[in-house]
Write a new protein. Structure first.
Length: 413
């Protein structure tokens, strides 16, 4: 079975023909060992110069999608994207999910800085930075939070002073995911300390190999962490790497945060972050394995059965909500307050899911290392602990509720 010529073109306006051709293409080109593995926006091949492919199958899948622009299906073809219309992209997502295929490329380049560069960047910035993202050549991290500027991000104190045609940056960022593996960082800096705090911030693109940058890992209660501290000591950044205008970085930063919150919600809708030993994993599968089925073919414990059913329904509703939000963005609307809804609901749903998994596992799920616990039980415990940070990272639930109160409910401050 092969795809009909032209059926996979972005100019094909027949959804049925596109779906048929895509299924044929996937059957011919999707590596068999990857089918059924799936992924989330946080899991898969991140690209960049410091990490490679997990295996040859992942490399082949990436290269085959890259040939068609499908590492960034919705982005313009002039930058290496696939130019997919909204309807085609929805079908693309559905067919990948149906086959259980992972995304060919993930990371903050695709989900955060790329969309911002496409909407806010200069022609030179887009030409320099967007194609390497599409080709998986550069990995990005996010320089927002600071030790004294987390929920109150506008209080940041990392300073940038203009010296000729370059900014000189000094300060510290914290909770910077994957900084030690990243090639570039998009960063908020204070460029005017004499105005209202939101008005004196600028958005910079900084090469992580620049002299004066130091990264240090931060360990979490789960025993591992993607987080780092990043220190800037007299780092010179070309002024041409300013996104938007000087002192207008807060507006750019808020636009990017809406993309980030939507990405978190999408990750939860896809099943949340999982370590290899738990892939594929659902609470339902875990309950069947741990408790077993009764004579009537249902879970033997009725209370767990009700809890699992509620969790599955929440998950299905979350997927529908994410789909509605994505459809709006793909139709040209910028992400709005719904991204805060996805962040709050999604992260709290993820915490409830892992708490239920621990309840199902009982004492076997409380191990930390070694026998008699299985690798799966130990991974469950650590994933549960890791989920505790979900409602803090990426903007705490309290902050998101304040945003919703002001922008949706129109409540006074």
């Amino acid at each position: 079975m092969t795809a009909a010529p032209g059926a996979l073109s972005p100019h094909n306006t027949d959804p049925g023909a596109f779906r048929t051709a895509l299924r044929a293409w996937l059957l011919d080109h999707a590596p068999e060992p990857l089918r059924g593995t799936a992924s989330t926006p946080f899991q898969g091949y991140w690209g960049g110069t410091t990490t490679g492919f997990e295996n040859d199958h992942q490399r082949v899948w990436f290269e085959r999608c890259l040939e068609r622009g499908w590492t960034a299906p919705r982005w313009p073809s002039e930058y290496g994207g696939g130019d997919m219309p909204v309807v085609q992209f929805r079908i693309f997502q559905e067919e990948l999910r149906a086959m259980g295929m992972p995304l060919p490329l993930v990371g903050f380049g695709l989900t955060m800085i790329g969309p911002i560069l496409l909407s806010e960047g200069t022609d030179a910035q887009k030409a320099r930075h967007v194609p390497p993202i599409v080709r998986g050549e550069v990995r990005w991290c996010q320089g927002y939070s600071e030790p004294d500027a987390g929920s109150d991000l506008a209080s940041l104190r990392t300073r940038a002073v203009l010296d000729g045609d370059a900014w000189v940056v000094d300060g510290q960022k914290i909770w910077t995911s994957h900084a030690e593996k990243s090639d570039w960082i998009f960063c908020l800096v204070r460029t005017d300390p004499h105005v209202k705090k939101q008005a004196g911030i600028t958005f910079l693109l900084i090469d992580m190999r620049s002299e004066g940058i130091t990264t240090r890992p931060i360990e979490l209660i789960s025993g591992s962490s993607p987080f780092c501290e990043v220190f800037f000591d007299g780092v010179r950044v070309p002024a041409a790497q300013t996104v938007g205008t000087v002192n207008d970085g807060w507006r750019v930063a808020k636009a990017l945060l809406r993309h980030e919150r939507g990405m978190v919600g999408e990750s939860v809708a896809a099943g949340g972050a999982r370590v290899d030993v738990l892939k594929p994993y659902t609470v339902r599968d875990h309950a069947i394995e741990a408790i077993g089925l009764g004579a009537d073919g249902t879970l033997a414990d009725p209370l767990i059965r009700d809890a699992v059913a509620a969790s599955e329904m929440e998950q299905a509703l979350m997927r529908l909500t994410v789909r509605r939000a994505n459809d709006a963005m793909k139709a040209g609307d910028a992400p709005g307050a719904e991204s805060s809804i996805l962040k709050v609901v999604g992260t709290e749903l993820n915490q409830r899911r892992w708490k239920l998994a621990m309840r199902i596992g009982g004492p076997d799920a409380l191990g930390w290392s070694g026998a008699p616990y299985s690798d799966r039980d130990l991974a469950l415990c650590r994933q549960w602990l890791r989920s505790r940070g979900n409602t803090i990272e990426g903007g705490s639930s309290e902050i998101q509720r304040n945003i919703l109160a002001r922008t949706v409910l129109r409540m006074p401050k």
